[in-house]
Write a protein that binds this ligand. Structure first.
Ligand SMILES: [Zn+2]
Length: 89
């Protein structure tokens, strides 16, 4: 069973979590100044790395909070997690 390290609750089974997308995506400060292509890139373009990837997760069936985690996409193993607003360890 895959365990995901919630920074609030500790390691829990993957069935308690939902994936919430790539981490560190921030909304543009002035979206009205972007071209359609730039806005589409913000909405839809994401990295798809082979290896370590920073992701956002939500502990839906636990504390209910969002957090960030670093996961190896090759082995599916989580390296560490951190709370939003904090720097990765
Ligand atoms: Zn939790």
């Amino acid at each position: 069973m895959l365990l995901i390290p919630c920074p609030y609750c500790g390691p829990r089974p993957e069935l308690e979590f939902t994936y919430a997308g790539e981490a560190n995506i921030s909304r543009p400060a002035e979206p009205e100044s972007l071209s359609d292509e730039q806005w589409a890139a913000y909405l839809y373009q994401r990295t798809n790395p082979r290896g370590m990837h920073a992701e956002r997760w939500r502990h839906v069936h636990g504390c209910g909070r969002y957090f960030n985690a670093s996961r190896d996409t090759l082995s599916d193993q989580f390296q560490f997690s951190w709370k939003p607003g904090e720097s990765p360890p």
